[in-house]
Design a protein around this ligand. Structure first.
Ligand code: MIC
Ligand code: SF4
Length: 755
């Protein structure tokens, strides 16, 4: 049912031949990342060596995965492509639209009634086009993919930035926007700039309180939220092989937080154990036969500096538990005293109100078992929870097994809330407050990956810190952000001083995984008779209209907003309550850029309407420009569009009439999403030109009629006093992408080609 062993065997048969060919052409030993990339070329056997960070290359991924919040737009676009069936194995996972409130049973029931229209739509589209469908409650996409579909040496794309999680099982798995997924589902090549390669050598061994999570929290500190941009991070060394497969998944998962294209590990015994435990003996056997192809050539790991563009070394024996946050995942602080000082000087509340364990990053059996060992100690040592505790298991298989093995019971004994096998609080689906905007300042600790402002609970005053599941559990018991479980004592119910012992757990369930109903629905063989209904009055689903080309003469465009500081996809198209409109472009457009800070008044959703001089919300102002037939421009800082793969962050501005986004630098997925939707994503040649942009500016593009690869564009910026600046802009469009722009979108081009 779940995976296609014949497809995997075919990939492996190609791999041996293609990797050998690639090694000859490249003329040196290959990294694992290169082996996977070169064996997945659209044109088959490699004939050219590509330049990393420069050449655009066509690939042929083996699989596609979509989650409910992005699948709606991806499938609405796919429906326009005119194909009867998806060309490669594809799955849809319902995990983002389930709110955490009262606990799994009630919350799932509630989601099934409030989002039935969307779930039914996704189910029938999946059935029609031959897509595997994972029902609400089946689990979080990336855990389900790791358990069922990921395989060493494979290449997949997914409409979610944390698709990269599958690197834990030795894949090159990449997060993309829905329009990219449409290419692959429609049987076309998928294009990516050949990535740079960062090698991370892990020496020593994890022990005690240090977890795989701490490795990636450390890497995030070293590389920052944009340090991985355009690169694949390949982990190796004794510390890597000593780690569990799901632990490797955690590390790869948060590669999204450093902007990396993806991360991966070479095939090893931990992966073999995981494949066998998850009922994939045949995949393990097939992988064992070509082991050398599923890891780098030995010479590469012996002299990594010669083969990677950058090498980082981390000694796991010296690494301690970390807490990253608040508001950004790369701000790292070791547990204990240093946190006391930092929190005090920055006025981060030291008292912790919630500990949350789960999300695609850390919801494996091992994660739950290690956290439960801390919970059990709290019970045994007579400690009372100081903070509340919430748990989201990663999949029904993990949940069922953890319940059978008494793990969930331990948490329940501490009054923890067991939420649905879904994203829950990680994506703002958390009914924590009735009025989040006016909720009090507080701190929470979670095992998730993202901690942008307002993300989990909508409260701008929540300080969220990211940690391993075991540290999250310990901090939730202690109720203090600066609790150091290695050194600090706690006072129990009897007034005695007690200390935690080191966490313990099982890499894999000793009695094996078990599940009754995993929540999977296989599509019918022939879906041609399946009818898809979209109610024209629906507020949640809307069929798409093709975008009209912006054209090569942009004159008189107005500045919509100059965004100040961090502008993630959460700022551009907020999740949480807005997730309900993910299938309705016009409705979701009402949240466009409402989280972005206006550089001129430091307020959110408060910009000047240049036609009236009045200040109003961003979407309202933009709709006024649209009505007047005036295009607009968005200006931003570094790493604009960091975070999610949601193409809504590009489609909404496009829908409302924004022609160009001009920034200091982009996050990879977002930049591609802008291109796919037929708009301009440009960067300042001189970053300081950002400072020249004023509130009343008008933009005249001077040479868009000569739009060509590797050629700068120039724009005349007219200020309100009549003075002008000419600003030079870089772009990364190749000829094919310029065609997308000319046609109005990549999808328009597909339609034209299919017609
Ligand atoms: C996220 O973690 O932000 C999400 C929600 O999973 C997104 C996808 C989305 O916006 O639907 C992601 O990471 O790509
Ligand atoms: Fe879901 Fe959170 Fe993972 Fe995104 S990061 S897929 S919201 S669990």
């Amino acid at each position: 049912m779940a995976f296609d062993i014949d497809m995997i065997k075919k990939v492996y048969a190609n791999m041996t031949e293609r990797v050998d060919a690639a090694r000859d052409i490249v003329g040196k030993p290959l990294t694992l990342s290169e082996k996977i990339l070169y064996s997945h070329l659209w044109d088959g056997k490699p004939t050219t060596a590509f330049t990393r960070g420069k050449d655009y290359v066509d690939f042929a991924p083996d699989r596609v995965a979509c989650q409910d919040a992005t699948a709606q737009m991806a499938l609405l676009q796919f429906m326009q492509a005119g194909k009867p069936k998806v060309a490669v194995p594809t799955t849809v996972h319902c995990d983002h639209l389930i709110q955490a409130k009262d606990g799994a049973a009630a919350d799932l029931k509630n989601a099934n009634s409030t989002s039935s229209e969307v779930f039914n739509f996704l189910e029938s589209v999946s059935n029609k086009y031959g897509i595997g469908f994972w029902k609400p409650g089946a689990g979080i996409i990336h855990q389900v993919v790791l358990e069922n579909y990921a395989f060493p040496g494979g290449m997949m794309i997914g409409t979610d930035s944390h698709t990269v999680n599958a690197g834990g099982l030795g894949m090159v798995a990449i997060g993309v926007g829905g329009a990219d997924a449409v290419d692959v589902m429609a049987g076309m090549a998928w294009e990516l700039k050949f990535p740079k390669l960062i090698g991370v050598k892990l020496t020593g061994k994890l022990s005690g309180w240090t977890a795989p999570k701490d490795v990636i929290l450390k890497v995030a500190e070293i590389l920052t939220v944009k340090g991985g941009t355009g690169a694949i991070v390949e982990y190796f060394g004794p510390g890597a092989t000593a780690m569990s497969c799901t632990g490797k998944g955690t590390i790869c998962n948060m590669g999204a937080e450093i902007g990396a294209t993806t991360s991966t590990f070479g095939y090893d015994e931990s992966m073999e154990r995981y494949l066998r435990a998850t009922d994939r003996e045949d995949v393990a056997d097939a992988a064992n036969k070509i082991k050398d192809y599923l890891t780098a050539d030995a010479e590469v790991y012996a002299n990594p500096e010669q083969y990677f563009d950058q090498v980082i070394e981390i000694n796991l024996s010296e690494l301690g538990p970390l807490l990253n946050g608040p508001f950004t995942p790369d701000l790292s602080t070791p547990v204990g005293k240093e946190m006391t000082e930092k929190a005090t000087s920055n006025e981060w509340p030291l008292q912790v109100e919630w500990g949350l364990i789960g999300s695609c990053t850390n919801s494996s059996y091992e994660d739950l078992s290690r956290a439960s060992s801390i919970a059990q100690q709290a019970i045994d040592k007579g400690l009372k929870m100081k903070a509340e505790l919430g748990i989201n298991p990663g999949s029904e298989q993990v949940r069922y097994t953890a319940e059978r093995d008494g793990i969930l019971g331990i948490f329940e004994n501490l009054d923890a809330k067991i939420f649905t096998n879904a994203c829950g609080p990680c994506i703002g689906q958390w009914a924590r407050y009735s009025d989040p905007k006016n909720a009090p300042k507080n701190s929470i600790v979670h095992s998730f990956n993202r901690n942008f402002a307002k993300r989990a609970d909508g409260n701008p005053n929540t300080h969220a810190f990211v940690a391993s599941p075991e540290l999250t559990a310990a901090i939730a018991v202690a109720g203090r952000l600066d609790f150091n479980p290695l050194t600090d004592k706690l006072i129990n119910e009897n007034g005695e001083e007690v200390m935690f012992d080191e966490p313990t757990g099982w890499e894999l369930p000793p009695k094996g995984f078990e599940v009754k109903d995993n929540g999977y629905l296989e599509p019918v063989e022939d879906g041609s008779g399946v009818i898809i209904n979209v109610n024209p009055d629906s507020e949640r689903l809307e069929l798409l209209e093709p975008f009209t080309p912006i054209g090569n003469s942009i004159k008189g465009a107005k500045l919509l907003i100059k965004a100040y500081g961090k502008c993630t996809t959460d700022h551009i198209s907020m999740a949480g309550p807005w997730l309900r409109f993910r299938g309705h472009l016009d409705n979701i457009a009402n949240n466009t850029l409402i989280g972005a800070v206006n550089a001129f008044n430091k307020k959110t959703n408060f910009v000047k309407n240049q036609l009236t001089g009045d200040y109003a919300g961003v979407p309202d102002t933009q709709r006024e420009y649209k009505k007047a037939g005036i295009l607009s421009v968005v200006v931003g800082d570094h790493n604009y569009g960091e975070g999610s793969s949601r193409e809504h962050a590009a489609m909404q501005p496009r829908h409302l009439g924004v022609a160009a986004v001009i920034v200091k630098s982009f996050a990879r997925i977002h930049e591609t999403n802008l291109k796919k939707q037929g708009m301009l994503g440009l960067t300042f040649v001189n970053e300081a030109d950002y400072d020249l942009i004023q509130e009343d500016d008008t933009f005249n593009f001077l040479d868009l009629n000569e739009f060509a690869p590797d050629k700068q564009l120039n724009v005349e910026v007219v200020h309100s006093d009549g003075s002008k600046d000419i600003i030079s802009l870089n772009h990364t469009y190749n000829q094919a992408q310029i065609e997308w722009y000319n046609e109005g979108s990549a999808l328009n081009l597909i339609k034209k080609q299919n017609a």
